[in-house]
Design a protein around this ligand. Structure first.
Ligand code: PXP
Length: 261
Protein backbone atom coordinates (compact mmCIF):
# COMPACT_ATOMS: atom_id res chain seq x y z
CA UNK A 1 0.00 0.00 0.00
CA UNK A 2 1.31 3.46 -0.89
CA UNK A 3 1.49 5.69 2.14
CA UNK A 4 1.37 9.51 1.86
CA UNK A 5 4.90 10.77 2.60
CA UNK A 6 5.10 12.49 5.98
CA UNK A 7 6.60 15.99 6.13
CA UNK A 8 10.21 16.06 7.37
CA UNK A 9 10.97 17.26 10.89
CA UNK A 10 11.19 21.03 10.82
CA UNK A 11 14.54 22.33 12.05
CA UNK A 12 14.76 25.52 14.11
CA UNK A 13 17.71 27.78 13.38
CA UNK A 14 18.07 30.46 16.05
CA UNK A 15 19.46 33.80 14.86
CA UNK A 16 21.43 35.41 17.69
CA UNK A 17 22.28 38.75 15.97
CA UNK A 18 20.23 40.85 18.33
CA UNK A 19 22.06 39.66 21.43
CA UNK A 20 25.01 41.40 19.77
CA UNK A 21 22.80 44.45 19.06
CA UNK A 22 22.17 44.80 22.81
CA UNK A 23 25.86 44.27 23.62
CA UNK A 24 26.95 46.86 21.06
CA UNK A 25 24.53 49.46 22.44
CA UNK A 26 27.01 49.81 25.33
CA UNK A 27 30.15 48.89 23.47
CA UNK A 28 31.26 46.23 25.96
CA UNK A 29 31.22 42.46 25.98
CA UNK A 30 27.84 41.76 27.61
CA UNK A 31 25.55 40.09 26.63
CA UNK A 32 27.76 37.76 24.60
CA UNK A 33 26.00 36.31 21.50
CA UNK A 34 28.16 33.20 21.77
CA UNK A 35 26.87 32.58 25.30
CA UNK A 36 23.39 33.12 23.80
CA UNK A 37 24.11 30.54 21.11
CA UNK A 38 25.21 28.09 23.82
CA UNK A 39 21.91 28.64 25.68
CA UNK A 40 19.95 28.31 22.42
CA UNK A 41 21.61 24.95 21.71
CA UNK A 42 20.81 23.76 25.26
CA UNK A 43 17.18 24.85 24.67
CA UNK A 44 16.90 22.74 21.52
CA UNK A 45 18.03 24.91 18.60
CA UNK A 46 18.92 22.70 15.65
CA UNK A 47 21.28 25.32 14.27
CA UNK A 48 22.68 28.79 14.95
CA UNK A 49 22.37 31.61 12.44
CA UNK A 50 24.35 34.84 12.49
CA UNK A 51 24.63 37.67 9.96
CA UNK A 52 28.03 39.31 9.61
CA UNK A 53 26.93 42.58 8.05
CA UNK A 54 29.34 44.69 6.05
CA UNK A 55 28.86 47.55 8.55
CA UNK A 56 29.40 45.12 11.52
CA UNK A 57 26.43 46.70 13.31
CA UNK A 58 25.83 43.62 15.46
CA UNK A 59 27.87 40.45 14.88
CA UNK A 60 31.64 40.94 14.62
CA UNK A 61 34.34 38.87 12.91
CA UNK A 62 35.47 37.65 16.34
CA UNK A 63 31.87 36.57 17.19
CA UNK A 64 31.75 34.60 13.96
CA UNK A 65 35.02 32.80 14.75
CA UNK A 66 33.84 31.94 18.27
CA UNK A 67 30.41 30.83 17.00
CA UNK A 68 32.07 28.43 14.59
CA UNK A 69 34.23 27.03 17.42
CA UNK A 70 31.15 26.54 19.60
CA UNK A 71 29.04 25.00 16.85
CA UNK A 72 31.75 22.62 15.77
CA UNK A 73 32.34 21.54 19.42
CA UNK A 74 28.58 21.02 19.84
CA UNK A 75 28.19 19.39 16.42
CA UNK A 76 25.52 21.95 15.50
CA UNK A 77 25.41 23.64 12.08
CA UNK A 78 26.38 27.32 11.89
CA UNK A 79 24.52 29.25 9.20
CA UNK A 80 26.62 32.29 8.20
CA UNK A 81 24.42 34.97 6.62
CA UNK A 82 26.27 37.42 4.41
CA UNK A 83 26.15 39.67 1.38
CA UNK A 84 27.33 38.11 -1.89
CA UNK A 85 30.58 40.10 -2.00
CA UNK A 86 34.26 39.14 -2.30
CA UNK A 87 35.32 40.18 1.24
CA UNK A 88 32.57 38.10 2.84
CA UNK A 89 33.31 35.07 0.67
CA UNK A 90 36.94 35.24 1.85
CA UNK A 91 35.87 35.44 5.51
CA UNK A 92 33.46 32.50 5.08
CA UNK A 93 36.21 30.45 3.42
CA UNK A 94 38.44 31.09 6.46
CA UNK A 95 35.75 30.39 9.10
CA UNK A 96 34.33 27.36 7.30
CA UNK A 97 30.71 27.37 8.58
CA UNK A 98 28.39 24.47 7.74
CA UNK A 99 26.16 26.78 5.68
CA UNK A 100 26.25 30.19 4.03
CA UNK A 101 23.04 32.09 3.35
CA UNK A 102 23.47 34.84 0.75
CA UNK A 103 21.26 37.85 1.44
CA UNK A 104 20.82 41.28 -0.13
CA UNK A 105 22.30 44.02 2.03
CA UNK A 106 21.82 47.76 2.02
CA UNK A 107 23.58 49.92 4.62
CA UNK A 108 20.54 52.11 5.28
CA UNK A 109 18.13 49.23 5.93
CA UNK A 110 17.14 48.28 9.48
CA UNK A 111 17.07 44.57 8.64
CA UNK A 112 17.22 42.44 5.48
CA UNK A 113 14.44 43.87 3.33
CA UNK A 114 13.31 41.82 0.36
CA UNK A 115 14.99 38.82 -1.18
CA UNK A 116 18.11 38.50 -3.27
CA UNK A 117 17.64 39.19 -7.00
CA UNK A 118 19.18 35.87 -8.09
CA UNK A 119 17.63 36.16 -11.55
CA UNK A 120 19.25 39.58 -12.11
CA UNK A 121 22.58 38.71 -10.48
CA UNK A 122 22.90 35.23 -11.92
CA UNK A 123 26.23 35.73 -13.72
CA UNK A 124 27.97 37.38 -10.80
CA UNK A 125 26.52 35.16 -8.09
CA UNK A 126 26.96 31.69 -9.62
CA UNK A 127 30.80 31.71 -9.36
CA UNK A 128 30.59 32.76 -5.68
CA UNK A 129 28.13 29.94 -4.97
CA UNK A 130 30.48 27.48 -6.66
CA UNK A 131 33.50 28.80 -4.74
CA UNK A 132 31.70 28.58 -1.39
CA UNK A 133 30.40 25.11 -2.21
CA UNK A 134 33.89 23.91 -3.16
CA UNK A 135 35.02 25.11 0.26
CA UNK A 136 32.47 22.90 1.98
CA UNK A 137 29.64 25.38 2.67
CA UNK A 138 26.05 24.46 1.90
CA UNK A 139 24.85 27.62 0.16
CA UNK A 140 21.34 28.95 0.49
CA UNK A 141 19.81 31.94 -1.26
CA UNK A 142 17.38 34.20 0.60
CA UNK A 143 14.68 34.99 -1.96
CA UNK A 144 11.06 35.99 -2.35
CA UNK A 145 8.55 33.25 -3.15
CA UNK A 146 8.66 34.21 -6.80
CA UNK A 147 8.78 31.67 -9.62
CA UNK A 148 11.47 33.51 -11.61
CA UNK A 149 13.75 33.79 -8.57
CA UNK A 150 13.21 30.15 -7.55
CA UNK A 151 14.02 28.88 -11.04
CA UNK A 152 17.10 31.13 -11.17
CA UNK A 153 18.18 29.79 -7.75
CA UNK A 154 17.84 26.22 -9.00
CA UNK A 155 20.02 26.95 -12.03
CA UNK A 156 22.60 28.87 -9.94
CA UNK A 157 23.94 25.68 -8.39
CA UNK A 158 22.84 26.51 -4.81
CA UNK A 159 21.35 23.46 -3.04
CA UNK A 160 19.07 25.48 -0.72
CA UNK A 161 16.68 28.45 -0.84
CA UNK A 162 15.30 30.37 2.11
CA UNK A 163 11.92 31.89 1.37
CA UNK A 164 11.46 35.41 2.75
CA UNK A 165 8.46 35.38 5.10
CA UNK A 166 8.76 39.07 6.06
CA UNK A 167 6.06 40.44 3.77
CA UNK A 168 3.62 37.78 5.06
CA UNK A 169 4.42 38.72 8.67
CA UNK A 170 3.97 42.43 7.93
CA UNK A 171 0.63 41.87 6.16
CA UNK A 172 -0.63 39.98 9.23
CA UNK A 173 0.64 42.74 11.56
CA UNK A 174 -1.28 45.26 9.42
CA UNK A 175 -4.35 42.99 9.57
CA UNK A 176 -4.37 42.98 5.78
CA UNK A 177 -5.69 39.42 5.52
CA UNK A 178 -6.27 39.53 1.77
CA UNK A 179 -2.62 40.45 1.17
CA UNK A 180 -1.44 37.88 3.74
CA UNK A 181 -3.44 35.08 2.02
CA UNK A 182 -2.01 36.04 -1.36
CA UNK A 183 1.55 35.99 -0.06
CA UNK A 184 0.90 32.74 1.83
CA UNK A 185 -0.31 31.07 -1.37
CA UNK A 186 2.83 32.27 -3.16
CA UNK A 187 4.96 30.83 -0.33
CA UNK A 188 3.15 27.47 -0.55
CA UNK A 189 3.56 27.33 -4.34
CA UNK A 190 7.15 28.54 -4.08
CA UNK A 191 8.07 25.84 -1.57
CA UNK A 192 6.43 23.20 -3.75
CA UNK A 193 8.25 24.46 -6.86
CA UNK A 194 11.58 24.65 -5.01
CA UNK A 195 11.28 21.08 -3.80
CA UNK A 196 10.25 19.86 -7.24
CA UNK A 197 13.41 21.47 -8.67
CA UNK A 198 15.53 19.54 -6.15
CA UNK A 199 16.12 22.44 -3.74
CA UNK A 200 15.99 22.16 0.05
CA UNK A 201 13.55 24.82 1.17
CA UNK A 202 13.91 26.96 4.30
CA UNK A 203 11.98 30.05 5.42
CA UNK A 204 12.60 32.99 7.67
CA UNK A 205 12.06 36.60 8.70
CA UNK A 206 9.46 38.12 10.99
CA UNK A 207 8.36 34.76 12.41
CA UNK A 208 6.48 34.90 15.73
CA UNK A 209 4.53 32.53 18.01
CA UNK A 210 1.37 33.76 16.23
CA UNK A 211 2.39 33.25 12.60
CA UNK A 212 4.71 30.25 12.90
CA UNK A 213 1.86 27.70 12.86
CA UNK A 214 0.75 28.64 9.35
CA UNK A 215 4.31 28.81 8.04
CA UNK A 216 5.26 25.46 9.62
CA UNK A 217 2.23 23.88 7.95
CA UNK A 218 3.90 24.23 4.53
CA UNK A 219 5.09 20.63 4.24
CA UNK A 220 8.09 21.24 1.95
CA UNK A 221 9.84 23.46 4.51
CA UNK A 222 12.64 21.76 6.43
CA UNK A 223 14.09 24.72 8.37
CA UNK A 224 12.93 28.01 9.86
CA UNK A 225 15.40 30.72 10.85
CA UNK A 226 14.08 32.93 13.63
CA UNK A 227 15.80 35.76 15.47
CA UNK A 228 14.33 39.10 16.44
CA UNK A 229 11.10 37.82 17.99
CA UNK A 230 12.84 35.10 20.02
CA UNK A 231 15.40 37.53 21.44
CA UNK A 232 12.59 40.01 22.16
CA UNK A 233 10.51 37.36 23.96
CA UNK A 234 13.62 36.26 25.86
CA UNK A 235 13.45 39.62 27.68
CA UNK A 236 10.09 38.59 29.14
CA UNK A 237 10.27 34.82 29.46
CA UNK A 238 13.93 33.87 29.06
CA UNK A 239 15.65 32.51 25.97
CA UNK A 240 15.16 28.88 26.94
CA UNK A 241 11.39 29.30 27.41
CA UNK A 242 11.04 31.34 24.19
CA UNK A 243 12.82 28.67 22.14
CA UNK A 244 10.87 25.88 23.85
CA UNK A 245 7.57 27.62 23.03
CA UNK A 246 8.58 28.24 19.40
CA UNK A 247 9.58 24.56 19.07
CA UNK A 248 6.21 23.55 20.56
CA UNK A 249 4.29 25.73 18.07
CA UNK A 250 6.30 24.27 15.17
CA UNK A 251 5.79 20.68 16.34
CA UNK A 252 2.06 21.27 16.87
CA UNK A 253 1.69 22.54 13.28
CA UNK A 254 3.62 19.56 11.92
CA UNK A 255 1.55 17.12 13.98
CA UNK A 256 -1.70 18.59 12.59
CA UNK A 257 -0.25 18.19 9.12
CA UNK A 258 0.60 14.53 9.73
CA UNK A 259 -2.91 13.86 11.05
CA UNK A 260 -4.46 15.57 8.03
CA UNK A 261 -2.41 13.59 5.48
N1 PXP B 1 16.65 34.64 7.62
C1 PXP B 1 17.39 35.62 7.03
C2 PXP B 1 18.04 35.30 5.72
C3 PXP B 1 17.57 36.87 7.66
O1 PXP B 1 18.30 37.82 7.04
C4 PXP B 1 16.99 37.09 8.92
C5 PXP B 1 17.23 38.39 9.63
O2 PXP B 1 18.58 38.55 9.91
C6 PXP B 1 16.25 36.04 9.50
C7 PXP B 1 16.07 34.84 8.81
C8 PXP B 1 15.62 36.19 10.84
O3 PXP B 1 14.63 37.17 10.79
P1 PXP B 1 13.98 37.69 12.14
O4 PXP B 1 15.10 38.33 12.94
O5 PXP B 1 12.96 38.65 11.70
O6 PXP B 1 13.42 36.49 12.85
Amino acid sequence: MNETPQPAKLRLGVNIDHIATIRNARGGTHPDPVAGAYEAIRAGADGITAHLREDRRHITDDDMERLQQLCSAENIPLNFEMAAVRDMVDIAKRIKPHAVCLVPERREERTTEGGLDVAGLHNSIAPLIRELGENGARVSLFIEADERQIRAAASSGAPVIEIHTGAYAHALDDENHEKASKIFKAMQEGAELGESLGLEVHAGHGITFENVGAIASIPELVELNIGHYLIGEAVFMGLDAAITEMRRCMDEARQKLSLAS
